[in-house]
Design a protein around this ligand. Structure first.
Ligand code: TXA
Ligand code: MG
Length: 317
């Protein structure tokens, strides 16, 4: 198992030596390596068992650092960075050649993000290079929101997990690119559509091109627990699936089952996002064959929560 600790110097030393370290962010834990070191980047793909067509997000401490890796920072991107960095927003911009094709899976753009976590911010500020970091889970599986989740899936493959506690947001960053200067959302996440619109006006959503995924967060099936997930109205689902061997996932409705997880008893979507991935993991150890889940309201963070639930339901266990 990997060592879990809060030693920033140790993490920095390992990263400078080309090793991988799991790092905390406000969204989910990342599997980080030196984005400018091809061997470290190759190790990320190998460790996660991630297909090479799937580009990595590059993490930076601030806007000036981000500007070192892109051709230019268009005005709407600048506005978004000012409004939401550090925070759960990834900006997809034209890359400079210093960012290799391996990182971007051959795309001429790079996804940049400035995460909002004190330990990781401190770490990034000490390093002379940015960190490529996908979520620290095996490809296609549920993202980790605490160090133990990372250790379960990747602990035998990496030396160190920087312990930043529980991820506060709990759902991945929103990914925004620009096509002919129009902002396009490639993945729904911790910054809501409404928040983006307040800053830059109309945004387009394109999260469903599964034939030619711009981002694997766009793959129809992703975020998969090892049990089948079925979506519907809970009362109807419980007519079809026996309650004694079904996991029940709702926002706040209580079905008085020992195999139930409520995402937020008060119906708060921030709390629900924060609890979602832990709840999906909890069903793994329950004696249930199937996870029955209800979608939440399709607004604010509810869109990102529903997106993850739909992709989990589309997966083959
Ligand atoms: O919240 C997050 O974004 C977390 C934390 C660790 O920062 N990271 C994360 O990484 O979710 P990952 O690799 O699991 O998902 C990154 C997504 C993928 O869907 C990838 O395709 C997309 O970002 N992406 C990366 N570079 C891109 C690019 N140049 N164009 C379009 N999509 C890109
Ligand atoms: Mg991921």
């Amino acid at each position: 198992m990997a060592e879990i600790g809060t030693h920033i110097e140790k993490a920095a030393h390992l990263l400078r030596s080309g090793e991988l370290v799991a790092i905390p962010t406000e969204t989910v834990y990342g599997l980080a390596g030196n984005a400018l070191n091809p061997e470290a980047v190759a190790k990320i793909f190998e460790t996660k068992n991630r297909p090479h067509f799937n580009p990595l997000i590059v993490h930076v401490p601030d806007v000036p650092a981000a500007k070192k890796y892109v051709q230019h920072f268009p005005e709407p991107a600048d506005k978004l960075a000012r409004a939401f960095w550090p925070g759960p927003l990834t900006l997809v911009l034209q890359k400079k050649t210093i960012i290799s094709d391996l990182v971007t899976a051959g795309l001429d753009t790079v996804g940049l993000r400035c995460p909002d976590h004190p330990l990781t911010h401190n770490l990034l500020s000490q390093l002379a290079f940015p960190l490529a970091a996908p979520s620290a889970n095996l490809f296609g599986r549920v993202s980790p929101t605490r160090p133990e989740h990372v250790n379960e899936q990747l602990g035998h493959l990496i030396p160190y997990i920087l312990d930043g506690g529980l991820c506060t947001v709990g759902i991945e960053s929103t990914i925004v690119g620009f096509e002919k200067n129009r902002p396009v959302i490639y993945r729904l996440g911790g910054i809501t559509v409404e928040q983006l619109q307040e800053v830059i006006g109309e945004v387009f959503i394109n999260t469903h091109s599964s034939a030619n995924p711009k981002t694997p967060g766009q793959l129809k099936s992703h975020y998969a627990p090892s049990k089948k997930v079925v979506l519907g109205k809970m009362e109807d689902l419980l007519q079809q699936y026996p309650a004694h061997c079904s996991g029940i996932l709702t926002l706040s409705k209580n079905f008085n089952s020992p195999y139930q997880r409520m995402l937020s008893t008060t119906g708060n979507l921030h709390e629900a996002a924060h609890n979602l991935f832990q709840a999906l993991r909890d069903f793994e150890t329950m004696p249930v064959d199937v996870i029955l889940a209800e979608l939440v309201e399709e607004q604010g963070l509810g869109r990102a929560i529903n997106d993850r639930l739909r992709r989990a339901a589309a997966a083959e266990p």
